[in-house]
Ligand binder design. Sequence first.
Ligand SMILES: *Cc1c(COP(=O)(O)O)cnc(C)c1O
Length: 374
Amino acid sequence: MKPVLLNDFKTQWKQVKTQFLQAVERVGESGYLILGPEVKSFEEELAKFWGLKYAVGCANGLDAIEIGLRVLGIQPGQKVLTTPLSAFATTLAILKAGGIPVFCDTDKSGLINLDIAEDYFKQNKDVKLFLPVHLYGQSLNLKHLKKLKDQFNLLIIEDCAQSIAANSDGQMCGDVGQLAATSFYPTKNLGCYGDGGALLTNLDDINELSRSLRDYGQSEKYVHSYLGLNSRLDELQAAVLRSALLPNLNKWTESRKSIASVYLENINNSQIELPKIPHNNYPVWHLFPIKVKDKNKRQSFINFLKENGIQTGIHYPILIPDQPLFKQQKNLNYEIFGTLNEAKSLCETEVSLPIHPFLTKDELDKVISVCNAW
Ligand SMILES: *Cc1c(COP(=O)(O)O)cnc(C)c1O
């Protein structure tokens, strides 16, 4: 029998093939291959979907965050508060922009703990850059984030790579920071057929500068005013995103949500802790992160699911400051504020169950019964 996959790109292909091929044909016939009409239209449609004024396509999510930090004026050696529990790209963007990542702990759900962040900014009035992550498809409490932004005059990039369309108290994540960054890496909720990413903003000057930085820092053709990157979203990916993927996003998000609610109602093994979602918070379930209460039994749980044909993931097995890069390259500085106990505990106990939008009813039932049988 076919295993229950963490991501099912072959089934997705069957659903998008017709619009995908039409999009490719349109690009071929248009004669525009880079920063043409498809990128422009996709940017407009994405911004509209998100309820923000501008979207700026980039080559990937990592670059989008780095460009965002540069747009906010990061200087070499400047500190950026962020989370130790995320895709490594979040921290890598800070390092590439010359900044020093400062890590503080998460809460039990894996999101950066905004109470601890508040203490940090109280004690470090000179630090203004903040790079929080809406992890696993959950939105941070946006009212609290806005309060910190106003109270400390923060410059914020929200990392929304896992949380496109996640909602807290009626507000979309990405709405509070000067910038939001996202990724179209294939496994993401809006994943393209290769690499891609975007920055979003309501601010005219930030939009302009982001466009310049993704395209060699040009202020006009052949005039280079800023230290830029080559980080353009290409025309083919934009065409496919616009015609074959973005139109399906709401439907796919609804599937993820209904799978999550079936898991939440039916998985009832006392050795497993299910995600707890705060009131008024509507995750888009990029992942379905459970915890195996006894960390010494996590591997046996993973093996049991594997033997029964179910793929799982761990997000993430290693805390970012524990990555070998920092030990091998002593000139890369970072700081830790307080303890990182909650984040560490997630590294040791978290397991991600399959929650892609193409899971069948039978597959869903199987995951539930195998989890309960363990
Ligand atoms: C995937 C991801 C990124 C990086 O995106 P890429 O497109 O792979 O560069 C950054 N942050 C988070 C939270 C991610 O999940």
